[in-house]
Ligand binder design. Structure first.
Ligand code: ZN
Length: 313
């Protein structure tokens, strides 16, 4: 476990202890002992501190069984590979927007691509690269016809040519140092290139504020929780502009009008301290997906002052 003196989102700080978890306080036993969340006083991002470091993180994400066995925050057994297919509708919305805005040249790279579902949904014939460290989904992505780099995000080398789009769906917040990865990746984008950061968990959302430690998405391998303001604070100085955001819920397997109304009831009961539900439910705003675009900078041409000379007259 590593203690980070500075914020792993904005690089500043200081970090103030905010919430601590011992595993029995949540339904799940993550098998990694207690974890602690600190909030950055400069940007508001919450983060694990100390963080588990790349070795523990790689062990957690590289096992093939990870795609077939899992337990959700309610204690239900789930198959992540099936949950991924359930995200088709949500990912289709992102893909449609991206397809319409792609700059003319450059490949598309999906970092943490899993089976390459998102790349398959982008209706464009250009080269698509799936970066996926886990051998099982990487093989599926290869069968789907994508170029696959089976490696970790932090180990990537710069691409040979500027990229039209970088996609990171539910990936950036799992990296031990997302700040360092972003600083690198922004340079790989072509002018007008797109950056999709999908499913970042918002610690200032309604249910996180009401449920505190019982918010369903606090997890020792969700290492960084930037608020929308913190995302903007870090990405804007890189020359990125926000195109749009999504708060996925109704188009996911976790959301429906009936579930929404039920959850509103649970929230009201929780506020009145009458709730039988200890862990919060899925709710709009728990996660935010951001689409940014690298600005096309038009540098003003040097204005030539016409030289007038009495000699030419
Ligand atoms: Zn910060």
């Amino acid at each position: 476990m590593r203690l980070t003196p500075v914020c792993r989102w904005c690089g500043a700080g200081p970090l103030a202890p905010t919430l601590s978890f011992t595993t029995p306080t949540k339904v799940l036993d993550f098998g990694c002992g207690p974890f602690h969340l600190h909030a950055c006083q400069a940007c508001g991002t919450w983060q694990l501190n100390p963080h588990p470091g790349p070795k523990a993180s790689r062990r957690f994400f590289s096992g093939p069984e990870r795609w077939f066995m899992g337990v959700d925050p309610d204690g239900k057994h789930v198959k992540p590979i099936e949950l991924l297919e359930g995200q088709r509708e949500e990912y289709s919305e992102y893909a449609k927007t991206i397809t319409a805005l792609l700059p003319e040249n450059g490949a598309i790279m999906d970092v943490g691509a899993a089976t390459g579902l998102m790349l398959s949904l982008i209706d464009d014939p250009r080269a698509k690269v799936a970066v996926e460290p886990n051998a099982f989904p990487a093989t599926v992505a290869m069968r789907e016809g994508h170029m696959v780099i089976q490696d970790w995000a932090e180990a990537l080398s710069p691409p040979p040519k500027p990229l039209a789009c970088i996609i990171m769906n539910k990936t950036l917040d799992h990296l031990p140092r997302p700040d360092q990865f972003l600083a690198k990746a922004v340079n790989w984008l072509a002018p007008g290139g797109l950056l999709l950061l999908g499913g970042l968990i918002n610690p200032s959302c309604l249910t996180a504020r009401i449920y505190g430690p019982d918010f369903r998405l606090f997890h020792p391998f969700h290492q960084v929780y930037p608020t929308p303001a913190a995302v903007d604070k870090v990405l804007t100085p890189y020359g990125l502009e926000l195109v749009t955001t999504w708060r996925p819920y109704f188009q996911t397997p976790h959301g429906s009008p009936v579930k929404f109304l039920k959850t509103c009831g649970f929230i009201a009961l929780r506020c009145l301290k009458l709730s039988p539900v200890s862990i919060s439910k899925a709710f709009p705003g728990n996660t935010v997906t951001y689409l940014y675009r690298k600005r096309i900078l038009f540098r003003p041409l040097k204005v030539e002052t016409p030289v007038t000379s009495s000699l030419s007259a």
